[in-house]
Ligand binder design. Structure first.
Ligand code: 5GP
Length: 138
């Protein structure tokens, strides 16, 4: 399976599609999921191309995990969360829909189930949640 440079997240990285940025460093970019399954649902991606966990380099994975850790801790604070669910899907059979490696960070509250996938969120709410995360990142 080869990398398609026209996938949605590649377009976000090139600034061709808007996104609510939460955090970035030299190697990674974190932005809000527009179909959030919990308040604060965001995605961490490498800035360099790879489809998923099956072709990612150790460097891409290490950089993404460092950002996941940073943002997950900020999300705990920002949303008064009780825990974090981290998801990664590889290839269509694994549940992947966008073919640029990404990790879902889902802040969780005890006893509260994840919302359904594929439901568009309210952009004003998502923007406010991005701002909360940014503030918690300090
Ligand atoms: P996966 O490939 O892991 O199944 O899911 C892709 C994720 O990307 C979904 O959670 C979906 O809501 C999110 N998504 C799809 N299109 C866009 C988009 O244009 N912008 C953003 N920010 N997220 C998207």
């Amino acid at each position: 399976m080869s990398y398609d440079p026209d996938n949605i997240f590649a377009k976000i990285l090139r600034g061709e599609i808007p996104s609510f940025k939460v955090y970035e460093d030299e190697q990674t970019y974190c932005f809000m999921d527009i179909m959030p399954r919990s308040a604060g649902h965001c995605l961490v991606i490498p800035k360099t191309p790879c489809r998923n966990i099956l072709d990612a380099s150790p460097e891409q994975l290490c950089a993404c995990m460092a950002t996941v850790s940073t943002v997950a801790n900020a999300a705990m604070k920002a949303f008064g969360a009780d825990g974090i669910t981290l998801q990664q899907f590889s290839e269509a059979a694994g549940g992947q829909e966008v073919f640029h490696l990404h990790f879902h960070i889902l802040p969780r509250h005890s006893g509260k189930s994840l919302g359904p996938a594929g439901v568009m969120g309210d952009m004003e709410v998502i923007k406010a949640h991005a701002e909360k995360l940014i503030a918690a990142l300090g």
